[in-house]
Design a protein around this ligand. Structure first.
Ligand SMILES: Cc1ncc(COP(=O)(O)O)c(C=O)c1O
Length: 368
């Protein structure tokens, strides 16, 4: 067994997630584009390519990784609206012909360095806040999206269509309905100018059950499919861009208790060999509440503050969230953290405090 902490990924679960989502998305021609950042694991990229997925890539690093694995560049979309001119040029040289943007500035860079490419314009939808929201970091106003896509057409680019992301770990299926209705209005406004959008990208955000149960993927897919049928013309293809939902429940982190102590304020602290900087980044603001499994489950439990191993005061996973752990937990005990396939290894630092990044092991077993 490798030294903990490490992440075990179950590829067959990723395949099952992909197939279940594909089946549940009933609108003809809907495409699934995997957001590589969630778990950029070679085996998973190859598996999803075999299943027919497209790939949302955020950087030259992710583009080069996909291409090195033999994934055709025409299956990639450079979906990060924040890109340098040099990176657009490099992506174009590597064969990437699809880009997302949300400013005129970026659009002009794409027109110059990736001429004739297809573009999607990200707008800020009025969807309710998700568990890990983007705030206003991305997305223009919907009316700006119409104007920018007209400008894209004038710059000789191929108009894909509007694009929104309802925020990661979105628990409200109506969020997609709101976004699709807004996207439908943009498609119509473009049609009024004789510009035919071909796609609407409804982003990711599809949730996973952690401590709290999330809606089923089939419920989200039903909301997307029915809104698409209601608000979009048949000629428009829907693109769904999940990261978390394809890989989240396909991974388990194996960690160890480094120590337990009662602090001067009387609270019990449990220190793990995994923390904010080597895989548990999504516990920032305690947004994601992961489930713990220990070998002592069944013993009496009490509240605990859970912290990571570094000397950093922010390296605390949970101090407001109520976490109940066995009172018998001791240094050296093993602890599993469930549904940690998404945004864990890909987030871990190279060597903060000298701790190595989280290692990933791809399991040959079909299930845990
Ligand atoms: C552009 C883009 N698409 C898709 C995703 C995937 O989101 P999720 O993992 O919530 O499905 C992200 C996540 O940050 C993103 O930035």
């Amino acid at each position: 067994m490798p030294e903990s902490p490490y992440l075990v990924i179950y590829p067959e679960r990723v395949r099952a997630n992909y197939r279940a989502l594909d089946t549940a998305l009933t609108v003809t021609g809907t495409r699934i584009r995997y957001a590589v950042k969630a778990a950029p694991v070679d085996d998973l990229l190859v598996l999803l390519a075999d299943e027919g997925a497209e790939f949302d890539v955020a950087s030259i690093g992710e583009i080069e990784q996909c291409i090195a694995l033999g994934i055709a560049a025409d299956r990639l979309c450079y979906g990060n609206p924040i890109k340098k001119a040099a990176h657009i040029a490099r992506a174009y040289a590597l064969g990437v012909r699809r880009y997302a943007f949300d400013t005129e500035d970026d659009l002009e860079r794409i027109a110059e360095h990736a001429p004739g490419s297809e573009v999607e314009c990200r707008f800020l939808s009025s969807a309710p806040e998700s568990k890990t929201p983007f705030g206003t970091k991305f997305g223009c106003r919907p009316d700006e999206a119409t104007n920018l896509l007209i400008r894209a057409h004038d710059l000789g680019l191929i108009v894909g269509g509007p694009y929104f992301h309802v925020g990661s770990q979105q628990l409200d299926p109506s969020a997609w309905r709101i976004g699709i209705e807004q996207a439908g209005a943009i498609v119509q406004a473009l049609a009024d100018k004789n510009i035919a959008a071909t796609v609407v990208n409804v982003g990711g955000g599809l949730p996973v059950s952690y401590v709290d149960t999330a809606p089923e993927l089939s419920d989200i897919a039903a909301a997307i499919s029915s809104a698409a049928a209601e608000f979009l013309p048949e000629s428009v293809r829907v693109i769904v861009e999940p990261g978390r939902a394809l890989v989240g429940n396909a991974g388990t982190i194996h960690a160890e208790v480094v120590g337990v102590r009662v602090a001067p304020d009387g609270r019990r602290w449990v220190y793990l060999d995994i923390g904010r900087y080597n895989g548990m980044a999504e516990t920032e603001n305690e947004y994601i509440a992961y489930r713990f499994v220990t070998d002592r489950d069944g013993d009496p439990v009490a509240e605990a503050v859970v912290a990571g191993p570094t000397c950093d005061g922010d390296d605390v996973l949970y101090q407001r969230t109520k976490v109940l752990l066995p009172t018998t937990l001791r240094a050296g005990d093993r602890i599993q953290i469930l549904h940690t396939g998404a945004y864990t290894a890909s987030y871990s630092s190279v060597s903060f405090n000298g701790f190595p990044p989280l290692t990933v092991h791809v399991s040959g077993a079909e299930r845990e």
